[in-house]
Design a protein around this ligand. Structure first.
Ligand code: GLA
Length: 387
C-alpha cells in the first residue's frame, strides 16, 4: 500500500496516528435481495481506500484526494446540503451513529486516499463509511462487531445520503476474506466465507454509465417488493418458493409479479451458485449468472443498455475461450458488470469488453481483473513508522 504519511504531514502539520483501510466490493450473485432478507454473495476487491487520522484540538477536518480542495471542517452533525460538502455526510452520518450509542471520539483530522472508482457500483461510499467507522472506534478506544459497525454505516446512508440501501455492501467490506466470497445472510447478518476456485479471475467492467441510487428508482423497487409481500400475506420472500409464487400469480398485477419473481428466483440462485462453487460445477455458475442478469433486466428492470452490451460481449466471448459467467452487479442503472473467467483468459476478455463498449455505445472503459480480498481494518501508526 502506498505510504501517504508524508502527504498527511504536509496537509495537517502533524503525523498521522492511525490508518483505516476499507476495500470496495463486487457482488457475484444475489442483487436487490439484501433489503428483502435474502442471502447474497459479494466479495471484497483489491481496490481500497485508506483514511489517515490524527487527533485535533477541536472539531473535525476531512480532506479527500478525489478533490483538489483544502480540508473541510465541521463542528456539528447537521446533514450537509452544499454540493461541494455533500460527501461529508458519510463521516457525519457515521459519527452520528456512534454518538447515538454513547461513543464520542475526541476531535480529529482525517485524509482520505481512494483507489476505488466512484459511481461504478463498487461501493466506494460504503468503504468510506466503514473506514470512518473504524477510525472513530480507534480514536474512541472501542471495538464494535462487524455487524454492528455495518448497521451504523447503513444508517448513515439512509439518513444522511438519502439512499434506502440494504446491508450487503457494508458487510461485504467488513467481512471480506482473502481468496473467498462472503455469503451474507441478510436476515440475521451472519457471514460465511466461501472459497473461490483459485484458477478463476474476477473481471470487473465499469460501463462508465453513472448510476445514482438516490434518484428514486432504487426506493421504488423496494416499495414494489414490500407491496407484493403484503398482498401475498407473507413476512419475507424467504418463505415463498418460485413454485408457490406461480400458484399465487393471479393475486399480483404484472409489475408486482415480475418484481416478486426476481426476488424468489434470485434468492434460489444464490444457494445454487454457492453449491456450484463448492463442487466446481461451472455450467451451473454460468447459467445462474445468466439467469440473474436476465431477471434483473426484464423482471426487476434495473439494467441499462451499457450493462446489457457488456454482458452480451462476455457471452459472445464464450465458454470455449474461458468465460465462466457474466452479469450486471450491484444496484444497476449503470455501474459495472462482473465476469468470472479462467485466469489465463482474463486479458483477452478485458480486451473484448473494452472493444465492445467502444463499438456498442462509444464508451472508453478500462475493465480490470481482481481477486477476493480481505475486509476493512484499522491500525495505529507508531511515530517511528510515520516519519
Ligand atoms: C446497492 C445497495 C445494496 C444492494 C445492491 C443491489 O449496492 O447499496 O444494499 O441492495 O444495490 O443488490
Amino acid at each position: 500500500m502506498e505510504n501517504h504519511h508524508q502527504d498527511f504531514f504536509e496537509l495537517f502539520a502533524t503525523a498521522p496516528t492511525a490508518s483505516a483501510v476499507a476495500p470496495g466490493r463486487v457482488n457475484l450473485i444475489g442483487d436487490h435481495i439484501d433489503y428483502l432478507g435474502g442471502a447474497v454473495l459479494p466479495m471484497a476487491i483489491e481496490a481500497h481506500l485508506e483514511i489517515l487520522t490524527a487527533p485535533a484540538t477541536d472539531g473535525f477536518a476531512f480532506w479527500s484526494d478525489a478533490l483538489e480542495a483544502a480540508p473541510l471542517r465541521f463542528d456539528d452533525l447537521e446533514p450537509e446540503t452544499a454540493p461541494e460538502r455533500l460527501w461529508l455526510n458519510y463521516p457525519k452520518g457515521v459519527l452520528a451513529g456512534y454518538h447515538e450509542r454513547g461513543i464520542t471520539p475526541p476531535p480529529f483530522q482525517a485524509a482520505i486516499y481512494s483507489a476505488i472508482p466512484g459511481g461504478a457500483g463498487l461501493s466506494s461510499s460504503a468503504a468510506l463509511a466503514t473506514a470512518c467507522a473504524l477510525a472513530i472506534e480507534q480514536l474512541a478506544g472501542v471495538e464494535l462487531s462487524v455487524a454492528e459497525r455495518a448497521k451504523i454505516c447503513q444508517s448513515a446512508e439512509h439518513r444522511y445520503a438519502g439512499v434506502p440501501c440494504g446491508i450487503m455492501d457494508q458487510l461485504a467490506i467488513g467481512a471480506g476474506v482473502e481468496g473467498c466470497a462472503v455469503r451474507i445472510d441478510c436476515e440475521n447478518l451472519t457471514t460465511q466465507a466461501i472459497h473461490m476456485p483459485p484458477n478463476i479471475a474476477v473481471v470487473v467492467a465499469d460501463t462508465g454509465a453513472k448510476h445514482s441510487l438516490a434518484d428514486g428508482q432504487y426506493a421504488a423497487r423496494r416499495q414494489d417488493c414490500e407491496q407484493a409481500l403484503e398482498i401475498l400475506g407473507k413476512a419475507s420472500f424467504n418463505e415463498i418458493s418460485p413454485a408457490n409464487l406461480e400458484q399465487a400469480k393471479s393475486q399480483l398485477d404484472d409489475r408486482l409479479y415480475r418484481r416478486a419473481r426476481h426476488a424468489v428466483t434470485e434468492i434460489a440462485r444464490v444457494d445454487q451458485f454457492v453449491n456450484a462453487l463448492g463442487s466446481g460445477d461451472f455450467e451451473t455458475l454460468r447459467s445462474a449468472m445468466a439467469a440473474s442478469h436476465q431477471s434483473l433486466r426484464d423482471d426487476f428492470e434495473v439494467s441499462c443498455p451499457e450493462l446489457d452490451c457488456l454482458v452480451d460481449a462476455a457471452d459472445n466471448f464464450g465458454a470455449q475461450r474461458g468465460l465462466v459467467g457474466a452479469r450486471m452487479t450491484g444496484g444497476g442503472f449503470g455501474g459495472s458488470t462482473v465476469n468470472l473467467v479462467h485466469r489465463d483468459a482474463a486479458p483477452a476478455l478485458i480486451d473484448r469488453l473494452r472493444d465492445a463498449a467502444l463499438a456498442g455505445y462509444g464508451g472508453k472503459i478500462t475493465p480490470f481483473s481482481t481477486v477476493p480480498s480481505s475486509g476493512a481494518f484499522c491500525q495505529s501508526i507508531t511515530n517511528l513508522e510515520s516519519v
